[in-house]
Design a protein around this ligand. Structure first.
Ligand code: C2E
Ligand code: CA
Ligand code: CA
Length: 748
């Protein structure tokens, strides 16, 4: 982008073309002159003079052809004019040749008009004419040629000015085009959230998009003084060397565009801000001749990621580590050299506190209990709430010491709790088990749980230490497994359906299939009570196959409402998803029932990415290829890293109910919900809020522009028959005008 190049851009005719055209005109003059001399016997001048003249014109013409004019301003070609003047003058002194001169004249006029500023012909042509005419006048022929000279001069000026006019018109429209493109570009960059830099080989900032400096806290011109190395560094050592420096020293082997590196950018106030940078090598592009770096501020995204990470590993109510975090800690302890022990604690009679005093008081009790645990535990212990009224503590101690500590915990929790003026006491049972590096991953937690159970059923002790014979409980599990096996075989698993609604119109877009165990003795058993067991035992694969098939079959019976073919969502647990034949199961369910693939929504949770992200993403791509819809379920409760979301082919983001629960009253939750929803939209996903229980939550989700919702406030899960008739009834409902006109969004 040197000045030379910039000027050339607006010239329709470049200096080299102009110079060559001038040289061409001179050569033409010489050739014509020479031809006249040799063919016209009336030519009287000395042959020597003619020869010298022709040769000098040829020389001037050749010089004009070879001079590297493009180094100069095209206007400079005007220096050819004195040549022309001298040649014309001397030639005419000896031998006027009016016809040749006339053509020559017109050519020169055209050339000046084409290659020089407007009105140059007007100024120069009379001068040339004067030089032409003067020698003739000196010879006394003025009268003969005076009027002819005047006409030729006028024609030459006319043609020259006409061409000049044409050229400047062209130049202007080209300038305007360039200017409007530039204006559009700067408007784009000004309004873009990205900041664009162009760096030269010396790593200095050559260009910064407008407004960027201000956004990063710099005054105008300040950024240009800072080398790239200092602006984009410190973080992820190696990225910089790998890409930018490698590009500069010519050793770069990757693609010319390096994608989405998370880097840190130096803000003017000295802090580092999280950015995502794309580096593009345009050193070979003569118009840019630099390295283009697009930088996007991702502070919001990072903050959300940190929040989600915190939530994934902490219990919201007590702020303690949660089950996932505790498993991780125990896992780590297995490889430690020091002894480690797990204490498992379970409150007795907590449910009755909840029932008699209300949930709020129950929550308070849990918070106070957790505080007591934390203060009774040594500093290096990990205290966790595993869910409900179950707690666990990881101790860096042997069994004996751990048992003493467990007794301290039990005493601390057994102290009365002051709830709304009344004192309440709850019992507590504890189990202790050592962490063994040989056993399965979470053996210690299971052992401690079993020991706790032992303490709970015995009347005499509150704390018991794990012993192998306690594994009898395992037999109970085996029993449960065979009962579940029978349930699957005897078709005791049934599906209920919960509608998903359009957030704006509340039209039903389809339903999620939710499994229940219709046990002849226990009645309808909710999935939380058997999905885990099915997962552990692998029964989930066969169970899942039946569920998917049944859901597809059922969806085929649903009527179309307001032109929308309802979709059906099925939940797929990690083990099911990992099954090698998972795609085959989906495929045969679709082909056997005839359900269109885009009516099936496959719901999976973030946990499928923990073990093998490559395998998981490939499966997702295959599913998408088949035409099914993909939903990321319970978003925000898992091991959220937002970077992967961008690369995975989901259609729908199901935002976990924990986000909407307190959004109407807690600003923090509201802003999280808003950020997640916006993030989903930024990534091109539809969003659905789960567990909407109140009108206030529904209004709020609508105001945040969430696309869809599910929850008790719209409809609870219902039997297949009820859903079918409810759908048919809704078909007859006169939908509000806005809904009818506006085809409700289908899922995605
Ligand atoms: P999920 O996928 O998050 O399903 C939504 C759960 O939230 C359902 O519980 C639903 O009844 C409940 N729900 C819906 N609206 C509300 C509301 O407004 N408030 C509250 N508090 N809850 C609401 P459900 O049916 O007990 O299912 C629990 C979980 O069990 C599901 O969570 C899913 O992870 C799993 N599950 C259910 N059916 C299947 C299945 O067929 N296969 C597999 N692998 N897992 C299933
Ligand atoms: Ca689900
Ligand atoms: Ca969910």
């Amino acid at each position: 982008m040197t000045t030379r190049r910039a000027r050339n851009e607006t010239e329709v005719i470049s200096a080299s073309v102009a110079g060559r055209m001038g040289g061409g005109a001179l050569l033409f003059g010489a050739a014509a002159y020479y031809l006249t001399i040799v063919t016209d016997p009336s030519v009287s001048s000395s042959r020597l003079v003619s020869l010298v003249l022709s040769l000098s014109v040829v020389a001037a013409g050749v010089i004009a052809l070879v001079i590297p004019w493009d180094r100069f301003n095209p206007r400079l070609t005007i220096i050819l004019v004195p040549f022309i003047l001298v040649i014309l003058g001397v030639g005419n002194y000896y031998d006027p040749m009016p016809r040749i001169d006339a053509v020559f004249f017109v050519l020169i006029g055209a050339w000046i008009g084409l290659c020089h500023p407007r009105f140059t012909t007007l100024a120069f042509t009379p001068l040339i004419a004067l030089v032409y005419w003067a020698p003739i006048a000196m010879r006394g022929d003025a009268k003969d040629l005076g009027s002819a000279t005047l006409i030729v001069t006028a024609v030459s000026i006319g043609i020259g000015e006409l061409l000049g006019l044409l050229r400047t018109g062209l130049e202007r429209s080209r300038d305007e085009l360039a200017l409007s493109a530039q204006r559009r570009f700067s408007a784009l960059t000004r309004n873009s959230i990205d900041v664009t830099f162009v760096f030269g080989r010396e790593q200095n900032v050559r260009y910064v998009s407008p407004g960027a400096a201000k956004r990063l806290g710099y005054g105008s011109g300040e950024l240009e003084a800072v080398p790239l190395r200092e602006l984009l560094t410190e973080y992820v050592e190696g990225i910089f060397e790998e890409h930018v420096e490698a590009i500069l020293d010519g050793s770069y082997l990757g693609e010319s565009i390096t994608k989405n590196h998370e880097l840190r950018f130096l803000h003017a106030d000295g802090t580092w801000i999280d950015v995502e940078a794309t580096v593009q090598n345009l050193l070979d592009d003569p118009d840019i001749d630099g390295i283009v770096v697009h930088v996007r501020d991702i502070r919001d995204r990072k903050a959300l990621e940190n929040d989600l990470h915190y939530r994934a590993y902490h219990d919201e109510l007590t702020g303690l580590a949660n089950r996932a975090a505790f498993h991780r800690e125990v896992q780590d302890a297995r490889t430690d050299v020091d002894e480690a022990t797990v204490v498992y604690l379970d409150l007795d009679g907590f449910k009755s506190v909840n029932d008699t005093q209300g949930h709020q008081q129950g929550d308070r009790l849990l918070r106070v209990a957790s505080e007591r645990l934390v203060s009774a535990a040594p500093g290096d212990a990990v205290v966790a709430r595993l869910g409900g009224d179950e707690f666990a503590v990881l101790l860096h101690a042997g069994i004996e010491e751990a048992t003493e500590l467990a007794e301290t915990f039990v005493r601390a929790i057994s102290e009365p709790f002051a709830l709304r003026g009344t004192m309440v006491t709850v019992g507590v049972s504890a189990g202790v088990a050592g962490v063994d590096s040989d056993g399965p991953d979470d053996q210690a937690i299971g052992d401690a749980d079993m020991a706790m159970y032992h303490a709970k059923v015995s009347d005499s002790v509150a704390v018991s230490v794990y012993e192998p014979q306690m594994r009898d409980r395992l037999l109970q599990r085996l029993d449960a497994k065979s009962r579940l096996r029978d349930a699957i075989d005897q078709g005791q698993l049934i599906l209920h359906y919960q509608p998903a609604v359009d957030m704006k119109t509340r039209a039903w877009l389809g339903a999620e299939a939710l499994v229940r165990w219709n046990d002849p003795v226990r009645g309808l058993v909710p999935p939380v009570e058997f999905i885990g067991l099915a997962e552990e035992t692998g029964l989930i694969v066969e169970m899942g196959r039946q569920i998917i098939h049944e859901a597809c079959r059922e969806a085929m019976t649903w009527p179309t409402v307001a032109g929308v073919e309802p979709k059906v969502g099925v939940n797929v647990s990690p083990r099911q998803f990992r099954d090698p034949d998972f795609l085959g199961i989906i495929e045969s369910a679709l082909s056997e029932t005839g359900l269109a693939p885009d009516r099936l929504i496959v719901e999976i949770t973030e946990s499928i990415f923990i073990s093998d992200i490559e395998m998981a993403s490939q499966k997702l791509r295959d599913l998408r290829q088949m035409g099914t819809f993909l939903a990321l379920d319970d978003f925000g409760t898992g091991y959220a890293s937002l970077s992967y979301l961008r690369t995975l082919p989901f259609h729908l983001l199901k935002i976990d109910k924990s986000f909407v629960e307190n959004a109407p009253t807690r600003a923090r939750d509201l802003s999280l919900l808003q950020t997640i929803n916006r993030l989903g939209h930024d990534l091109g996903l539809r969003t659905l809020v789960e567990g909407v229980e109140t009108e206030a939550q529904a209004m709020l989700a609508a105001s945040l522009h969430c696309d869809m919702a599910q929850g008790y406030v719209f409809a609870k899960p219902m039997s297949a028959a009820r859903f079918r008739t409810a759908m048919a009834d809704r078909q007859d409902i006169e939908l509000p005008a806005t809904t009818r006109g506006l085809r409700p969004k289908s899922v995605h």
